[in-house]
Design a protein around this ligand. Structure first.
Ligand SMILES: [Zn+2]
Ligand SMILES: [Zn+2]
Length: 140
């Protein structure tokens, strides 16, 4: 279902639905946590062993420009990618040691009446909120 919606969105924006882009989307749909470009590349190689990292990176950037993919900058040099699903709004817990991420269902914007204090002529389109710490494996 999600997959079909994204394909529709892409073709309506005149984006060519190459087999490689389709595979990239499937990888992101299957991923339970945001993936680093390298991890996505490793998974792509299983199906397209001749693919270059550059191609994967370019496709990710393109999908990001089209707002199909979110690029998350939790820590410097450790970008991760996930699908941008508006019906699945969430934030992340980020482990400072291994870089692992977990979904956080709570949203600070919902609890804090922030929206009421923003000037009327300012249109909010997005926001960021991440919680950092150590996961079970990295805690000790
Ligand atoms: Zn960890
Ligand atoms: Zn939020």
């Amino acid at each position: 279902m999600i997959y079909e919606n994204i394909l529709e969105q892409l073709s309506s924006q005149k984006c060519k639905l190459t087999l490689q882009r389709r595979e990239l989307l499937k990888i992101l749909i299957r991923a339970r946590t945001p993936l680093a470009a390298r991890e996505i590349y490793d998974r792509m190689l299983k199906k397209y062993p001749n693919m270059s990292f550059d191609t994967v990176y370019r496709n990710l950037s393109l999908l990001q420009e089209m707002q199909i993919v979110n690029r998350l900058e939790f820590q410097e040099g450790r970008s991760r990618y996930e699908l941008n699903l508006s019906q699945d709004h969430h934030h992340h817990l980020v482990c400072l040691k291994c870089g692992g991420t977990w979904k956080l269902r709570a949203c600070p914007l919902e609890g804090l009446n922030i929206v009421n204090t923003v000037p009327e002529d300012f249109k909010i389109t997005t926001h960021r909120f991440e919680v950092f710490g150590y996961c079970r494996q990295c805690r000790d």
